[in-house]
Design a protein around this ligand. Structure first.
Ligand SMILES: [Zn+2]
Length: 195
């Protein structure tokens, strides 16, 4: 019997498009996020994010989803809308190419956090106060997540630092190793492929 499973270590970035075959095994579940918005998340990542939400809340920093799975078709539509409204240069700079967004995997999640009674929802606010989110970052590996886009790693990941974008890797040990070493998923994958 053929077994199907999600490739939790899949690399999707501006240099690696998501393969069509990935979607054969992708199981998405619905999940409520900020403002009661409904998102779709890969099944196991959703379970682990629920645990992360509880743990973060217990540390005094409630978190909620603000973005999750996005289809390639949806990304194409966003690209077209941005191109029509702001021009091709702007769209190229700020909107990921369809097929190249990690959000296609269902394993990449953006979150917002409530700090001292106020939800931080704007990207600029989160960037400015990212150090206050350290207790949440410290919890990520034990649930199998990493902070995906780090400062100083822009050339490797293809993205600026995004202190709200986390990625599920399916294995707390790998997440802990990547976090402890301060490396990116790109660097980890390269090391593994060479060893
Ligand atoms: Zn994101």
């Amino acid at each position: 019997m053929e077994t199907h499973h999600t490739d939790y270590l899949i690399l999707v970035n501006p240099f690696h498009k998501i393969p069509e075959s990935y979607f054969d095994n992708l199981e998405l579940v619905e999940m409520r996020g900020y403002d009661n918005e409904l998102f779709r998340v890969e099944k196991e990542a959703a379970q682990q994010f629920r645990k992360l939400e509880k743990a973060a809340s217990a540390k005094g920093i409630p978190i909620l989803l603000s973005s999750a799975y996005r289809s390639v078709e949806k990304q194409l539509q966003i690209k077209e809308e941005f191109t029509a409204e702001y021009g091709a240069d702007y769209a190229k700079r700020y909107v990921a190419e369809p097929g190249c967004s990690e959000h296609h995997t269902g394993l990449a999640l953006d979150f917002v956090a409530k700090i001292r009674g106020k939800w931080l929802i704007e990207n600029d606010e989160i960037i400015e106060r990212a150090s206050e989110l350290q207790p949440v970052y410290d919890l990520l590996p034990q649930y199998g997540f990493i902070l995906r886009y780090l400062k100083g790693k822009e050339k490797i990941t293809g993205y600026p630092a995004e202190p709200w974008h986390i990625r599920y890797l399916g294995d707390p040990e790998i997440a802990a190793e990547i976090t402890a070493q301060g490396i990116t998923l790109e660097e980890y994958c390269e090391r593994v492929s060479k060893s």
